[in-house]
Ligand binder design. Structure first.
Ligand code: GLN
Length: 532
């Protein structure tokens, strides 16, 4: 069948978890055997979120083809077990960039270039392109922001037009709203939902399905009332009640028959039942951990947990796999010093040093590595975390007291981390980086190779600096081994210390490839070691 399009909008407030509901719907359709693509339209003007401060926007997710994206794409991949690409992420900045470049080339033949039709046409093109590229049955498009936002208007207009052009049987709207419970009155309130649907109607969009976010179960009568005032079939008024883990949302939406309602609206009557067995097993295990382990996450954005979203989720996946709860303790690396490191990290059964950019907190991270290395505490470093591990080793084992990354100290004589020749001349802020998936060949018999159980893997990168191979022979001789290397460039992707119970660090970011049904091997091995 030709792809059917599902547009997901949100109203009343932000942070309703649209991405989670969209991904859950995708998950349920996928579990019925359908091919599902899922896409996020972000109304901000940044071309991609790569230049956004993690404090403001949470982590930048990286796709295998090197797109730097909103963290919702991470949810999509973790829920659906698929690889998203550049085509799954659209920002207003990107849309305008494309339109303006076209205008500069004279491709609009002297016409006045306007939001309607030129910007809306480009939005439509990007939605349809996803639907026509790979024989998808369903394309789910989540529109970022809240209905009524000025910057969201072109998107709402674009999907309104698409629904008209594709016809009712081929496109539909799912709208998420909030039903607040007013304690003083002891009542659930439907008004915000009514207003939000009215706003949509003002823009020419009638939602087909409502998902009401709520803390409490919504009585049938309440749903009927909403159905009546919002012109929505009563069975298409569903609820998404708060649950202890986001991974339970697909199951609660299945109970709400969200997928069934959607299929019915499309006139699809011969769908297979959704097979959620593996998913249910995951949730059961999640709810019955046999023990709790404590991991210290050392980073500089620890005040905003979303800055480490994929890492936290990867620990959940790996924890469930090992039948334990991984309790993450956040440590602000800026506050860690040589004097207080032991006291600060005491009791941590494993230590992770997180990715990051810039000087702030770097020395604290290096101290944390030293503590883990010398104290034989299981250690896992990611990206900047690996760079810190190499610097620490060069300083304290090789004795190069000034060893550093040239990101922080450009004039150090012992530039154990440096920009490699090929990358020196690139100057655009994201272009300076090594982005997306690169192959990594694993050295036989190493912890890395045994953990993956493979000879070669592809992992995702987002960094500019690399281990400087000039120092590799010395590092290896002193006991830090390069266990993963990219064969084409000879860049070191993984280091480990074989004499340590568990010390591994990767230049790539494995957290971008962990999903519910396929936890990442390195996270699993790290947690397993700690839980031993
Ligand atoms: N700042 C380091 C680099 O650019 C590490 C980046 C990261 O941790 N993702 O190489």
């Amino acid at each position: 069948m030709a792809a059917k399009y599902i547009f997901v909008t949100g109203g009343v407030v932000s942070s309703l978890g649209k991405g989670i509901v969209a991904a859950s719907l995708g998950n349920l359709l996928q579990a019925r055997g359908y091919r599902v693509a899922i896409q996020k339209l972000d109304p901000y003007l940044n071309v991609d979120p790569g230049t956004l401060n993690p404090y403001e926007h949470g982590e930048c997710y990286v796709t295998v083809d090197g797109a730097v994206t909103d963290l919702d794409l991470g949810h999509y991949e973790r829920f659906l077990g698929i690889n998203t690409t550049q085509a799954n992420t659209v920002t207003t900045g990107r849309i305008y960039q494309t339109v303006i470049e076209r205008e500069r080339k004279g491709e609009y033949n002297g016409k006045t270039v306007q939001v309607i039709p030129h910007i809306t046409d480009e939005i439509k093109r990007r939605i349809l392109r996803l639907g026509s590229c790979c024989e998808y049955d369903f394309v789910i498009t989540e529109i970022g922001g809240t209905v009524g936002d000025i910057e969201g208007l072109p998107y709402i207009e674009a999907v309104r037009q698409l629904r008209y052009e594709l016809g009712a049987g081929n496109a539909l709207f799912v709208h998420l709203t909030l039903v607040p419970y007013v304690k003083a009155a002891g009542e659930l309130k439907s008004k915000p939902t009514q207003h939000s649907v009215k706003l949509l109607l003002e823009n020419g969009v009638q939602p087909d399905v409502l998902v009401l976010r709520t803390e409490k179960d919504l009585p049938k009568e309440f749903r009927k009332k909403i159905a009546l005032f919002c012109n929505v079939d009563p069975d298409a008024v569903t609820q998404s009640v708060d649950v202890p883990t986001i991974y339970e949302v697909p199951l609660v939406m299945q109970e709400e028959k969200l997928d069934e309602v959607v299929l019915k609206k499309f006139g699809i009557t011969n769908a297979k039942e959704a097979n959620m067995t593996a998913w249910k097993k995951f949730i059961e295990k999640y709810k019955q951990p046999k023990k709790t382990v404590n991991v210290g996450l050392v980073g500089k954005y620890v005040e905003l947990h979303d800055a480490y979203k994929s890492i936290l989720e990867s620990f959940i996946h790996a924890g469930v796999h090992n039948e334990c709860t991984v309790k993450i303790h956040f440590f602000q690396s800026e506050n860690i010093t040589e004097q207080n490191v032991a006291e600060t990290l005491k009791g941590m059964q494993g230590i992770m040093v997180a990715p990051g950019f810039g000087e702030r907190g770097m020395e604290g991270k290096i101290q944390a590595v030293r503590y883990a290395r010398e104290g034989k505490v299981p250690f896992f470093g990611i990206s900047l975390g690996m760079q810190c591990a190499v610097i620490e080793f060069a300083r304290n084992v090789l004795g190069y007291k000034d060893a550093h990354s040239t990101e922080i100290n450009p004039s150090t004589k012992h530039n154990v981390i440096d920009v490699m020749e090929g990358q020196k001349n690139i100057s655009n802020p994201s272009g300076t980086m090594r982005l997306g998936g690169y192959e990594c060949t694993l050295k036989k018999g190493t912890l890395a190779q045994k953990t993956y159980g493979q000879a070669e893997v592809t992992e995702r990168h987002r960094h500019r600096y690399e281990l400087n191979n000039e120092f590799l022979p010395e590092l290896e001789q002193a006991g830090m081994l390069a266990s993963g290397v990219n064969e084409q460039t000879k860049l070191v992707e993984i280091v480990e210390i074989p004499s340590h119970p568990f010390f591994i660090a990767t230049q790539f970011q494995p957290e971008f490839q962990s999903s519910v049904l396929k936890p990442h091997p390195l996270f699993m091995a790290f947690v397993k070691k700690i839980a031993e």
